[in-house]
Design a protein around this ligand. Structure first.
Ligand code: NAP
Length: 322
């Protein structure tokens, strides 16, 4: 399935092309019927890269959404929780994700967060084992800064790290200043920008000047402010964006962020108008001590939430006879 206006980016050094705009699914799982439509719409409009995670507790929803599509019509990425980075835990976690997704192979499997309590060499060796076994096609990381990336890259023996999923938007630009972006560029590691709409903050009242610039560029291109904000991200070489949209209309709108380009002048004016929060973002990067109890809680909720999603989907399927 192709989409004429979707732009593509090479994934790491693999030569494989992934769309510049994919779909995020964090917080999906509450309204499965609408969310199923949104995920399917993404595949249909060419945003065929779907991002989920063990921790999101919605892999069964994503699995149901992609069921029935030809295997090459979507690119599925998921992440192992930082509480499962020891070898046996990681292998078990991957098998769980494969089962919930209903897949034989995950296209891109990522370490969700670094966990300093587990030796990165053990984690990356387990990731390589999964790739050797064909359970995953590509290996990536998430929330790794340049130093953490360097350690992970050096731990690899037979495969490469193809991507780093990090927060990046007009407002949150920590990766530009702390060396992460330049490390990725130099080493041909694709940056997967998460929270590309800053979770809606780009449209907030305290960003009046930015909103005005986004509106001005949007009017000039016959686009919307959200499309402009996403175009700002994908204008960067080696960077793709994964906006979350549980409303199918938002999915269609976001796909339209691709296939055209803001001018350098417009990008400059957008940059000048934004009240950035990157310093804040770096400061709030949570310490593992604070995150781990939350991670355990999410992991416990995972099965309960996935079971609930399955029940709702089953009821819906009975109703529609599918
Ligand atoms: P986001 O994509 O910046 O923002 C999502 C919000 O924007 C949702 O409320 C969505 O509404 C709204 N939205 C989407 N398209 C819109 C449009 N065209 N116009 C107006 N509003 C629009 O935030 P995010 O969910 O934090 O980040 C995206 C994805 O990145 C996540 O879903 C997840 O897959 C990934 N992520 C990864 C990590 C990590 O640690 N690796 C962390 C955070 C996020 P509706 O849902 O109502 O459509």
């Amino acid at each position: 399935m192709q989409c004429e206006f979707m732009e593509f980016e090479s994934l790491g050094r693999t030569g494989e092309k992934v769309p510049k705009i994919g779909l995020g699914t964090w917080k999906m799982g509450t309204y499965p019927e609408e969310e199923l439509k949104a995920i399917r719409k993404a595949v249909e409009v060419g945003m065929r890269l779907i991002d989920t995670a063990e921790m999101y507790a919605n892999e069964s929803l994503v699995g149901e959404a992609i069921r029935g599509y030809a295997r090459d019509s979507f690119f599925l990425e998921t992440k192992v929780s930082p509480s499962h980075l020891k070898r046996d835990d990681l292998i078990r976690a991957c098998k769980g994700s494969l089962k919930r997704l209903g897949l034989k192979t995950i296209d891109l499997y990522m370490v969700h967060w670094p966990n300093p309590k587990v030796d990165i060499a053990e984690t990356m060796a387990a990731m390589e084992y999964l790739a050797d076994k064909g359970m995953i096609r590509h290996i990536g990381v998430s929330n790794f800064d340049a130093e953490e990336l360097e350690a992970a890259v050096h731990a690899m023996k037979r495969h490469e790290i193809v991507s780093n999923q990090v927060e990046y938007s007009i407002l949150v630009r920590g990766i530009e200043g702390d060396g992460t972006m330049s490390y990725c560029r130099k080493n041909k590691i694709t940056v997967i920008a998460y929270s590309p709409l800053a979770r809606g903050a780009i449209f907030a009242a305290n960003q009046a000047a930015l909103v005005k610039e986004l509106q001005k560029s949007a009017a000039g291109h016959g686009k919307t402010p959200a499309q402009v904000a996403l175009n700002w991200i994908i204008a960067h070489k080696g960077v793709i964006a994964i906006p979350k949209a549980s409303q199918p209309s938002h999915v269609v709108e976001n796909a339209g962020a691709s296939g055209w380009r803001l001018s350098p002048g417009e990008i400059g004016r957008i940059d000048d108008s934004a009240v950035m929060v990157d310093a804040l973002a770096r400061r709030t990067k949570p310490a593992m001590g604070t995150v781990m109890p939350l991670v355990s809680l999410y992991t416990k909720m995972n099965e309960i939430k996935n079971r609930r999603i399955k029940r709702i989907i089953k009821r819906g399927n009975k109703r529609t006879g599918s």
